[in-house]
Design a protein around this ligand. Structure first.
Ligand code: ADP
Length: 204
């Protein structure tokens, strides 16, 4: 739990609430939290789902691990403490985006169950949908899209999830997607089905 440093601060509410914003957008805000090993397909399916939703006239946005580490979280590394702080900030950002009415996909390994649970705890019931991209390590390592597994096996990357750092699978994710079995298109359909079943998107 991050420490509250500032005192004498009060929450300032606006004149416009989430429902009004969602009315303007004609949609409901939600965070789809993708978790899984490097190379499991999180970014690929998040980007494809974002495109599909925007093509349907819905405002979606991907918060991606590497991208966020270029800016907001550029001062964080991969130690357990930094990974926790990385996820805490992403949780807070995705909560703000969700409150603004946007359909958010977060694409982070987020290996620790407790960090994901803390992120979930920031949200109202039903606004945080955890998706385990459960592609097996062997497949991820075979794909190795960024050459990271090769480097990790050679000992060039310490604390690499799945090799030299743990990955804690979710106990009760809202959805499990195994991209060794589903194509990108099928994975996108599974995500959209989930949003429809949970009343976050109208059924087509
Ligand atoms: P992550 O974001 O989980 O690290 P990426 O999406 O960056 O994973 O990488 C996944 C890699 O696997 C990409 O190179 C992608 O083209 C490939 N891939 C092959 N089949 C699939 C699939 N069915 N779903 C998602 N990615 C796939």
């Amino acid at each position: 739990m991050a420490e509250q440093k500032a005192t004498n601060i009060t929450w300032h509410g606006g004149q416009i609430g989430r429902a009004e914003r969602e009315g303007v957008l004609g949609q409901q805000g939600v965070t789809i939290w993708l978790t899984g090993l490097s190379g499991s397909g999180k970014s690929t399916i998040a980007v494809a789902a974002e495109a599909e939703l925007v093509n349907r006239g819905k405002l979606a946005y991907v918060l991606d691990g590497d991208n966020v580490r270029h800016g907001l979280n550029k001062n964080l590394g991969f130690s357990p403490e930094d990974r926790t702080e990385n996820i805490r900030r992403i949780g807070e950002v995705s909560k703000l985006f969700t409150d603004s009415g946007i359909i958010v996909f977060t694409s982070f390994i987020s290996p620790y169950r407790s960090d994901r649970d803390e992120a979930r705890a920031l949200f109202d019931q039903g606004d945080f949908l955890e998706v385990h991209v459960a592609t097996d390590l062997e497949t991820c390592e075979e794909r190795d899209p960024k050459g990271l597994y090769k480097k990790a096996r050679a000992g060039d990357i310490p604390e690499f999830t799945g090799i030299s750092a743990p990955y804690e699978a979710p106990d009760k994710p809202e959805l499990v997607i195994d991209t060794a079995k589903l194509s990108v298109e099928e994975s996108v359909i599974a995500l959209i089905d989930m949003l429809q079943q949970r009343g976050k998107l109208p059924s087509s």
